[in-house]
Write a protein that binds this ligand. Structure first.
Ligand SMILES: Cc1ncc(C[n+]2csc(CCOP(=O)(O)OP(=O)(O)O)c2C)c(N)n1
Ligand code: SF4
Length: 350
């Protein structure tokens, strides 16, 4: 069930470069619990897409199953949407991306949806470098089915059920790095200053972008003994840097020495400005990023911010050398080249 928002908007509300109001990027009223971190992530997605001035009808939002996967109903009502099956968002996204390369793909998933039932699918969508931003709303539990521990729950963490998690946790950002992801970030639903630029950068990134967002479940996993609670995450956040997204290319092209600020040019000409860089960490070096994650985990810290980026990696269409147009724009003749052409193709395999 979803609830419609009132159609009223302030007559003087700001417009973006295309003349859209922020309201044009909203969806239905949320039916999640009051205070759920997921709602703040939806709000950040709305603001990021509004500020990037992406036409809402050129966006496709795809999700699995869970409270997290319900959220696409709450943003961008005028976009394409597919609320799929538990853990299967990556394969639906793969079909969509391959069929139409011209849309902006936003995948939304939960830690249960991704790190358990969807783990195999997640691994392959990373290694294929699908051109999408994949947002995990990570609360360390299965919120929709009443708070069972998920595979990202830290060992020893105790939620509302009162039992410590017995198994070691899966770090999705660390895993994505190991699998070769070209953009890996982590953030917190309660920190929109950090989250919005990361979402914008993830959308602008060519290829697969993972944003693992800690998003407390106020109903089942926000106890003082839970490492995915608002208090714990706030107290243990260690930021790699302060990220600022600059949509149009500016004059700054300096090469940086370690410890200084860094400007990363994205494929579409936009820039990611990183300031206050943590020492001993290079966001363009995969080993350095993996090391930073391990070090933070050992200390019990939550490493947030942009963790790794490689703007030059080949994305799935480049790897497969696919046709440059969406399949639904191809003519009958292009899709069915005729008997003579097919005979020639078949002959090439003999
Ligand atoms: C095939 C299948 N198995 C199990 C379920 C039950 N189920 C629904 S949501 C869910 C877990 C959701 O957890 P998560 O992805 O972390 O999302 P959250 O609700 O915490 O946002 C499960 C196990 C299902 N819907 N389909
Ligand atoms: S059960 Fe948890 S994850 Fe689900 S809506 Fe409520 S607070 Fe959010």
């Amino acid at each position: 069930m979803s609830y419609k928002r009132p159609s009223f908007r302030h007559p003087a509300s700001a417009t973006n470069a295309l003349g859209f109001h922020q309201k044009d990027y909203e969806g239905a009223l949320s039916t999640l619990c009051a205070g759920c971190g997921h709602d703040s992530i939806s709000a950040a997605i709305i603001q990021a897409c509004f500020e990037l001035a992406i036409p809402p009808h050129r966006i496709a939002k795809i999700s699995g199953i869970g409270c997290s996967s319900k959220t696409p109903t709450d943003f961008m009502a005028n976009s394409h949407g597919f609320n799929s099956v538990h853990g299967r968002m990556p394969s639906v996204a793969t079909g969509a991306v391959l069929a139409n390369r011209d849309l902006t793909y936003i995948g939304v998933s939960g830690d249960g949806d991704t790190a358990s039932i969807g783990m195999g699918q997640f691994a392959h969508v990373v290694r294929r470098n699908l051109n999408m931003v994949y947002i995990v709303m990570n609360n360390g539990c299965y919120g929709l089915t009443k708070g069972q521990d998920s595979a990202t729950a830290d060992v020893g963490s105790i939620g509302k059920a009162g039992h410590p998690t017995m198994f070691s946790s899966i770090d999705l950002a660390g895993l994505a790095l190991e699998l070769g992801a070209g953009f890996v970030a982590r953030s917190f639903s309660g920190d929109k200053e950090q989250l919005i630029p990361l979402i914008k950068a993830g959308i602008s990134h060519k290829g697969f972008a993972l944003i693992d967002v800690l998003s407390p479940c106020v109903t089942f996993n926000n106890t003082l003994t839970s490492t995915k609670s608002y208090t714990h995450v706030r107290d243990h956040m260690e930021s790699t840097s302060i990220a600022d997204f600059v949509p149009e290319k500016s004059e700054i092209t300096a090469t940086q020495a370690p410890g200084e600020d860094l400007v990363i040019e994205m494929h579409d000409g936009s820039e990611l400005h990183l300031t206050a860089l943590a020492s001993g960490w290079d966001p363009t070096n995969r080993l350095s990023a993996i090391n930073a994650i391990h070090q933070a985990n050992e200390k019990g810290d939550v490493l947030t911010g942009l963790i790794f980026v490689d703007p030059e990696q080949m994305e799935v269409h480049e790897i497969l050398n696919t046709i440059s147009r969406p399949l639904n724009e191809l003519t009958q003749n292009e899709l069915m080249p005729g008997a003579a052409e097919l005979e020639e193709i078949n002959a090439s395999y003999r």
